[in-house]
Design a binder for this molecule. Structure first.
Ligand code: ZN
Length: 360
């Protein structure tokens, strides 16, 4: 067994816990001069095994730089997808993560990309960029940009500027309303950098008097609400219904992963058949989450879907709570939200995860 692949597997599982990612979020890679191993799209980090990584030819991934920086985004996305598929070694199964070119960009051997709530309290905050420059002066901050080829091209240019200025590549990238990339040559360094990031952020939250645990209300069972949900949703849409202690859910789309697993908006306020119908008319879908003072409800076509929606809702609420330390949360705008909602890559990713949970 390739030693780098063994180390990558250990690192991936280590940073695959709920503190770092939810669902199929996050990704990881290791490289040699000519090969890059990357997590397949939609698979969970915590359950990775060495044979599941996709091996790609690095020179092949490098052809990504032939994709033009302007023009129809769908055509550019299609070209990028084709390049990635062609770069995958024939023995590999699964679709390489869409963030593969970003991983290839780093000279460092190991790259671990995650979405910790503690970090997103910073990346989603109004003053995130300014605070980031103070707390992590060596890191590179990336303003929000549509994921995929557009993000890759933008980061490539930013990293090049950083490298010209400082003579080396950044070890840490913070992506606004998304998460963090850490790149290093050893697993020890990856672990140390992550620990340092989380420690510094915890100190800031403590200084601002903000709890790292989500503030919840006592659970009150409200059978009338449950009956209303049963009546308001078609049976196929509510195969699973979970109620948990109420908390202050997010008021808009937080990050690509939140949109994928919990949708952009939560049903809030008094629950009635009319309010659910109105929500569906406005947003085009039945709510996956409903917040009332008594409870938060997750409704799904099956139990894994409802559980995952709740997990992301709690994560999003914690991000909102934490971002108060840095001027309050900012949500994705309509253009950014629309891109994710219509992105084939994300619907593929979501399907993969549901398929996996069906099998387990
Ligand atoms: Zn990500």
């Amino acid at each position: 067994m390739n030693a780098r692949l063994t180390t990558l597997t250990e690192l991936t599982r280590k940073f695959g816990g709920a503190e770092y990612v939810k669902g199929g979020g996050g990704n990881s890679s290791a490289k040699t001069a000519d090969t890059l191993w990357v997590k397949p799209s939609g698979s969970t980090m915590i359950a990775m095994t060495p044979e599941r990584f996709v091996a790609l030819n690095r020179a092949g991934i490098g052809r990504m730089d032939e994709v033009p920086v302007t023009g129809d985004v769908q055509r550019r996305e299609a070209a990028a997808k084709e390049i990635l598929a062609a770069a995958a070694r024939p023995e590999s199964r699964g679709r390489p993560s869409v963030e593969t070119p970003l991983h290839n960009l780093f000279d460092a051997i190991y790259v671990i990309h995650t979405h910790p709530a503690l970090v997103n309290g910073l990346t989603c905050a109004k003053n995130g960029k300014t605070i980031c420059a103070r707390l992590f002066p060596e890191a590179l901050w990336i303003d929000y940009i549509d994921p995929g080829i557009t993000l890759y091209q933008h980061v490539r240019d930013k990293v090049a500027v950083y490298q010209r200025r400082s003579g080396r590549q950044p070890e840490v990238l913070f992506l606004k309303n998304h998460g963090v990339f850490v790149a290093a040559d050893t697993p020890e360094r990856i672990t140390a950098v992550y620990a340092d990031i989380l420690t510094r952020l915890k100190t800031e939250y403590a200084a601002a008097g903000i709890s790292l645990a989500l503030t919840e209300q006592p659970l009150e069972l409200n059978t009338a609400d449950i009956e209303t949900i049963k009546k308001a949703f078609p049976a196929a849409e509510r195969q699973a219904l979970i109620s948990i202690k109420s908390f202050a859910t997010a008021d808009g789309p937080i990050s690509p992963d939140h949109i994928v697993y919990m949708k952009s908006f939560v049903h809030k306020g008094t629950l009635s058949e009319t309010s659910v119908a109105d929500f569906r008319r406005i947003h085009g879908y039945y709510p996956k989450l409903l917040e009332t003072p008594a409870a938060v409800y997750a409704v799904g076509t099956d139990l894994p879907e409802a559980c995952l929606a709740l997990e992301l809702a709690r994560d999003g609420a914690l991000i909102k709570q934490l971002a108060a330390a840095f001027g309050g949360i900012t949500y994705l705008d309509d253009a950014a939200r629309g891109f994710i909602e219509n992105w084939e890559v994300e619907s593929y990713r979501r399907k993969q995860l549901i398929l996996m949970s069906d099998q387990s």
